[in-house]
Design a protein around this ligand. Structure first.
Ligand SMILES: [Zn+2]
Length: 429
């Protein structure tokens, strides 16, 4: 049976217990990167259509070299040897990712260095024991990560089969989980309505539940370029050279933003066959506030929508009262204040503001009227996993749930930029 991989992330409190290993792993990883870098051959290639040349790396990857690398690192290694194997694998994937960026002209020819503390946990170093993940530090010495407060399903079998290689940082663990393809297809064969926000795209359908695509990286691609260009504009005169540099930054910004737009659109297409978006006219949303206008310009909503439409079905939805209406009973909050939570003055629903908007758009897309009973019967169960709210807390009663939905329900699918893979995860490919 073919399977897709999804990555879920949870916080944990074992940062201190893992700190020594993380520091040692990081040091070893950087030593390896430098060792590989030193033995790399550089080949000269002409850039297509230009007279310039560029050097391309050819890393040594043969087994003899890897064995040598491994033995050298093991000399001063006091943890399980499998961690060194994991570091070798990670070093090569960092270099592969560096090369991709270098090929695009986004990196200089400097050995990449891993600055963040993390561990990639090999299968041989972990064991799933019901709600606990056991990680081997040294033979017969373990650290246990509590997974009971998860919001997703773990693989059925107790062994580590079904679980990919997790990545753990000082405060979070990212778990790649194999999901059966059939289940996956069923999830995707649906219409999803997407609410466009400043830092995320929030989708809802009964099949997927609440999906949050984190778009902060796209925004920051615009922000960092904006800061750079502004500092140049301030300092320099309007010379030809300044103009050239500014054009260069502008182009780089567009390329980076484009990459994120493509990836975000891909995530949307994978999750929904039919995608509903608000027919937003950005030009009508500009106000006198320069900060607001700037933030609005950085969202690239239209670019994303256009890319989804290239190979998917896009429906335009009326944006009227999307965030002001209670998705449960249809009450309209006329003087909606800023805040993460939508509170209904009629039925008492407290719900995440962006989830509320996404549900409203979904109902509009499917032409379903707002009705409390229907919401409780059809929508509420899709936000829960088997009678449990998604944080893992037990559901006590319908009334309580409706009141606490704002802090209890989390996105079922969270898609974000993953710097290890240099793509948006989890998106089944
Ligand atoms: Zn209501």
């Amino acid at each position: 049976m073919s399977k897709a991989l999804k990555t879920y992330s949870l916080s944990h409190d074992k940062g201190e217990a893992l700190n020594g290993l993380m520091v040692a792993y990081n040091t070893t990883l950087n030593t390896m990167l430098q060792s590989i870098w030193r033995t790399t051959e550089w080949k000269k290639h002409q850039i297509k259509g230009k007279k310039q040349h560029r050097l391309y790396p050819k890393y040594r990857k043969d087994n003899a070299f890897k064995r040598e690398l491994r033995n050298k690192c093991l000399e001063e290694w006091c943890y399980a040897a499998h961690w060194v194997d994991s570091a070798i694998k990670t070093a090569f994937s960092i270099l592969a990712s560096w090369k991709r960026n270098y090929d695009r002209g986004e990196r200089r020819r400097v050995c990449p260095c891993s600055g963040r503390l993390f561990l990639r946990i090999k299968q041989t170093l972990l064991k799933l024991e019901e709600d606990t993940l056991r990680i081997t530090l040294r033979p017969r010495e373990f650290v246990y990560i509590d997974l009971s407060r998860r919001y997703f399903k773990l693989p059925d079998n107790v062994s580590s089969v079904g679980l990919g290689e997790p990545v753990i940082t000082p405060d979070r663990i990212h778990l790649p989980i194999h999901v059966a393809e059939e289940e996956e297809e069923e999830r995707t064969a649906e219409a999803v309505a997407w609410d466009s926000n400043m830092l995320s795209m929030d989708g809802y359908s009964p099949k997927t539940g609440w999906v949050k695509i984190d778009t902060r990286k796209l925004v920051s691609a615009h922000v960092s370029s904006f800061e750079k260009r502004r500092s140049i504009e301030r300092k320099a005169s309007k010379s030809k050279r300044t103009k050239r540099v500014l054009t260069k930054y502008r182009r780089r910004e567009m390329n980076r933003a484009k990459k994120h737009q493509i990836e975000i659109a891909r995530a949307i297409r994978v999750l929904s066959k039919r995608s509903g978006f608000e027919a937003l006219r950005k030009e009508k949303m500009y106000t006198r506030s320069r900060m607001w206008n700037r933030r609005l310009a950085r969202t690239d909503w239209r670019g994303i929508k256009r890319r989804v439409a290239e190979s998917g079905v896009v429906e335009e939805l009326s944006p009227q009262f999307t965030s002001k209406k209670c998705s449960r009973c249809g009450w309209v909050n006329k003087d909606l204040r800023r805040g993460a939570v939508f509170e209904c003055g009629n039925c008492g629903l407290r719900i995440d503001r962006q989830l509320n908007a996404a549900i409203n758009l979904y109902l509009r897309m499917e032409g379903v009227p707002h009705e409390k009973e229907r919401w409780d019967a059809d929508i509420l169960p899709t936000l829960l996993v088997g009678g449990y709210v998604l944080t893992g807390a037990e559901r006590k009663g319908t009334d309580e749930l409706v009141r606490f939905l704002d802090d209890a329900v989390k996105p079922q699918i969270y898609v974000g930029y993953d710097r290890y893979a240099d793509t948006y995860l989890p998106v089944p490919t």
